[in-house]
Design a protein around this ligand. Structure first.
Ligand code: PMP
Length: 473
């Protein structure tokens, strides 16, 4: 096995040389992962963990076809994209063949942050405007420009203040957002949630500023696995276009078949964005991303006369890997697998909700699932403590890795590799059920006290460490 140092030496070196702002999962008892295979990760002692977190290892950790494609290309040539290379053009061809409409031009980058940063540049250049609408709780990356459109970050204590040219619209969360289903029975939730976007568009127009772009994840992940009401994006896109702005779909987490019914999550809302950003799953762990747009928008960028050069973006190794990933998704029917296994997970979790009052809501699409834990179903008061407790117990007792997220950090979040099968779903369900049953029997407070004492001795409160647990992943 590939452990070079003892776990305690690894921790010591990390504490000494890695910036403290780079936070670990399971901070009080971090995992040392030494290898991965398919939907499993293995620690230094050989313990096997079921990975329900890693949407990056999209087709499975260390998929042999992806590893082979990358190593072969690395042993052949890796250079920048100013030389002709077949992997680059084939990657662009395959990626755009998966896109609807006129989305036929690619820019290759190295990460989701870079992709969103470039998308903003394309939109601002095309519209010659600067203002952008983003959604509350959104996360679009860690670069300066994309932090500005990430309320998930700038709303944290110590976050940079929101600039005036960024406008935050409510996240279309019908369970816990500004407009909730039970208070608006029978209402058109898409209309309610799109109205604030329409308002901003109209205001910007009346001020003569206009709008550069509206950006949103097609299903908001950091917001707590949010499924927008049907018709939401259609109404928003119409308003944005009427105001002369462009629409950007961030598919960094939810793209490449994860939602099961479609290859891209925006397709579930029957819209075609002007710009799509992709990354994470595209490289199965290797850093690669892309911005896909129309020839018209790409041409306007070219017409500025300022060339776009990105040293590693689109290098032959990244493209060979992305080509292998897209090939494996199709060859192994992983989109369909996400649909079938995702439906099964949702059905079973909804059955649990009949038995366990702590489950307030179960939502999802394919292998993108959120289970919201509440103290009281009527008031929907979030049960953050129990969510944290479940995350820890799932790991330590059941060797199942899940995370929590959402504005209250009370949503158990599943976004496993796409090879996650029914047996894996059953393993998760059995472990989750045991946790829920324990919560019913003893309540999270008793467990929380035990955990809090342990955390105190490690120098952080349980709450603090969980707050930092799995942010921005
Ligand atoms: N967009 C979304 C929706 C993300 O979840 C992330 C990463 N968590 C990013 C953009 C940024 O991607 P990266 O970390 O690859 O820069």
């Amino acid at each position: 096995m590939s452990e070079k140092l003892s776990k305690s030496d690894t921790i010591k070196l990390r504490n000494k040389h890695i910036g403290q702002a780079c936070q670990l999962f399971y901070r009080s008892d971090p995992l040392k992962i030494v290898r991965g295979q398919g939907q499993y990760m293995f620690d230094e002692l050989g313990n096997r963990y079921l990975d329900c977190i890693n949407n990056v290892a999209h087709v499975g950790h260390c998929h042999p076809k992806v590893v082979r494609a990358g190593s072969l290309q690395m042993a052949t040539i890796s250079t920048n994209n100013r030389f002709l290379h077949d992997e680059l053009v084939q990657c662009a061809k395959t990626l755009t063949s998966k896109m609807p409409g006129d989305l036929s031009v690619c820019f290759f980058v190295n990460s989701g942050s870079e992709a969103n940063d470039l998308a903003l540049r394309l939109a601002r250049n095309y519209t010659k405007r600067h203002d952008v609408i983003t959604l509350d709780h959104a996360y679009h990356g860690h670069l300066t420009a994309v932090m500005e459109i990430s309320p998930y970050k700038f709303n944290q204590p110590g976050g940079e203040p929101k600039p005036d040219y960024i406008h935050v619209a409510p996240c279309p969360d019908v369970y816990r957002g500004k407009f909730i289903d039970k208070e608006h029975p029978g209402a058109d939730m898409a209309q309610l949630y799109s109205a604030p976007v329409v308002e901003v568009c109209q205001k910007l127009q009346s001020q003569g500023k206009g709008l550069a772009a509206f950006i949103a994840e097609s299903l908001q992940s950091c917001g707590g696995q949010i499924i927008p009401p049907p018709g939401y994006f259609r109404a928003v896109y119409d308003a944005v276009h009427a105001a002369g702005g462009l629409t950007i779909a961030d598919e960094v987490q939810v793209g490449f078949g994860r939602v099961g019914t479609h290859y891209w999550a925006f397709e579930t809302q029957d819209v075609v964005p002007d710009i799509v950003t992709v990354a994470k799953p595209m490289g199965n762990g290797h850093p690669v991303g892309a911005v896909v747009t129309t020839p018209e928008i790409a041409h306007a960028f070219y017409a500025t006369g300022v060339a776009y050069f990105n040293t590693y973006g689109g290098n032959p190794v990244s493209c060979a890997i992305a080509n292998a990933v897209m090939h494996v998704i199709d060859e192994e029917g992983l989109q369909e697998n996400a649909r079938v296994v995702g439906d099964y997970l949702l059905k079973k979790c909804r059955e649990f909700s009949l038995e366990f009052g702590i489950i307030g809501d179960v939502r999802g699409a394919g292998l993108f699932v959120g289970i919201e834990l509440v103290k009281n179903r009527d008031t929907r008061e979030p049960d953050t403590k129990s969510a944290h407790w479940v995350v820890n117990r799932m790991k330590s007792l059941h060797k199942v890795l899940v995370s929590s997220d959402g504005p209250n950090d009370n949503v158990i979040k599943l976004k496993p590799p796409m090879c996650f099968n029914q047996e894996n779903a059953d393993q998760f369900l059995q472990a989750f059920r045991e946790c829920l049953a324990m919560l019913v029997k003893e309540g999270s407070d008793a467990h929380f006290m035990v955990g809090a004492a342990a955390e105190k001795s490690s120098g952080a409160t349980m709450f603090e460490s969980h707050q930092r647990l799995i942010k921005s992943s």
